[in-house]
Design a protein around this ligand. Structure first.
Ligand SMILES: [Zn+2]
Ligand SMILES: [Zn+2]
Length: 78
C-alpha cells in the first residue's frame, strides 16, 4: 500500500513509475499523467502518446508542431 503523490489517496492498487532515476507512486493513470505528461506547447493538451519533440519543445502531434514551428514539415515519431 502506498500513497499517491498527486492526490494523496491511500490505495492498495497503487503503482510505481520510475522516470529518469526517480521513483513516483500513483493510485491511477490519471494522477500519473497529471504529474508526468508534458504539455503540448501549441494546444496545451497533455501528451500521453509518443508526442513530437522539436528542438526541445514538446507537441502532442506533428500537426501542432508544424503550426508552432512555422509550417515546417515535422513527422510523427513512430
Ligand atoms: Zn492520485
Ligand atoms: Zn497539441
Amino acid at each position: 500500500m502506498a500513497t499517491c503523490e498527486v492526490c494523496g489517496n491511500d490505495y492498495d492498487k497503487s503503482f510505481e513509475v520510475v522516470a529518469a532515476g526517480s521513483r513516483h507512486v500513483f493510485d491511477s493513470f490519471e494522477c500519473a499523467i497529471q504529474a508526468m505528461a508534458p504539455i503540448c506547447e501549441h494546444c496545451g493538451c497533455r501528451i500521453i502518446g509518443h508526442g513530437t519533440e522539436v528542438e526541445g519543445h514538446f507537441y502532442c502531434c506533428a500537426h501542432c508542431a508544424q503550426h508552432a514551428e512555422g509550417g515546417e514539415v515535422v513527422q510523427d515519431r513512430v
